[in-house]
Design a protein around this ligand. Structure first.
Ligand SMILES: Nc1ncnc2c1ncn2[C@@H]1O[C@H](COP(=O)(O)OP(=O)(O)OP(=O)(O)O)[C@@H](O)[C@H]1O
Ligand SMILES: [Mg+2]
Length: 249
């Protein structure tokens, strides 16, 4: 019998991680050779946690996020979402889980060039059932990211930072249980980066959403509950965090 995302939602018993990666490996062909990108990543992220994924450029962060978001498959290893293995799901079942459970901000935004900012945010709301009017929800989210005055612009008519904020709004549109973001503040100035962080804090307080964010931005890493460092495709041993004032999430 196929497992549905509704079963996943119904099966969130205490003690089951929001997301677990078990010995995830990824290698890809490059010319005649194969290169190892992920070399046995193990992660356990609890419901409602905000985890920063940090580490040098090229260490495998985006590759890992793509795999835990179910967009890419590992060469071996397993990814459990609420205890259920998404690496064994068929494509349509996985697509449904992605649409209902996961919001994703890609490092390259992946906005649809022919659609306006508002339409880009509405898109996930037309897949499956979501309460409210897509256009109202899209406008509300775009106002939250400071783009209420750019609803009708297409991606080419937006700055890089504005496109990034549209991508953030789109990821949050369906109120997913897990939001996975790849460098969501990479192109933003301090004020807009702080706005994105504030949205994350507000959402966590209101909904208990789990956030997994790959970042080179020290402000994002400092706002997270903890950081997981990826080096050469592996989770580096935890370092003690430097003393810093505790911010209220
Ligand atoms: N399709 C591919 N084919 C071959 N190698 C790839 C492919 N995609 C990524 N890589 C390699 O895998 C490694 C990890 O890439 P990845 O994008 O995951 O790094 P990252 O940690 O996200 O880096 P950054 O901080 O720069 O975003 C890099 O060395 C990259 O060149
Ligand atoms: Mg990356």
């Amino acid at each position: 019998m196929e497992t549905t995302e509704n079963q996943i939602a119904a099966q969130s018993p205490a003690g089951v991680a929001a997301l677990e990666a078990i010995d995830v490996r990824k290698s890809l062909p490059l010319g005649r050779e194969r290169i190892d990108i992920l070399n046995g990543v193990n992660l356990r992220i609890n419901h409602g946690e905000f985890v920063a994924i940090v580490g040098p450029s090229g260490s495998g962060k985006s590759t890992l996020l793509g795999i835990i978001a179910g967009l890419d498959s590992p060469t071996s290893g397993r990814v459990l979402l609420d205890g259920i293995d998404i690496t064994r799901m068929g494509e349509s079942q996985l697509a449904s889980v992605r649409n209902n459970k996961i919001g994703m901000v890609y490092q390259a935004f992946n906005l649809i060039p022919t659609l306006t900012a508002q339409e880009n945010v509405e898109i996930p709301l037309y897949v499956g059932k979501h309460p409210g009017k897509p256009s109202d929800r899209a406008q509300e989210l775009l106002r939250m990211v400071g783009l209420g005055h750019r609803l009708r612009n297409r991606p080419t008519q937006l700055s890089g930072g504005e496109q990034q904020r549209v991508a953030v709004a789109r990821a949050l549109a369906t109120q997913p249980a897990i939001v996975i973001m790849d460098e969501p503040t990479g192109n933003l100035d301090q004020r807009n980066s702080e706005n994105v962080l504030q949205m994350i804090r507000d959402l966590r307080a209101a909904t208990g959403t789990t956030f997994i964010i790959a970042t080179h931005d020290p402000n994002v890493a400092a706002a997270a509950d903890r950081s997981i460092r990826i080096i050469d495709g592996l989770v580096a041993p935890e370092e003690p965090r430097p003393e810093e004032p505790q911010t209220l999430a």
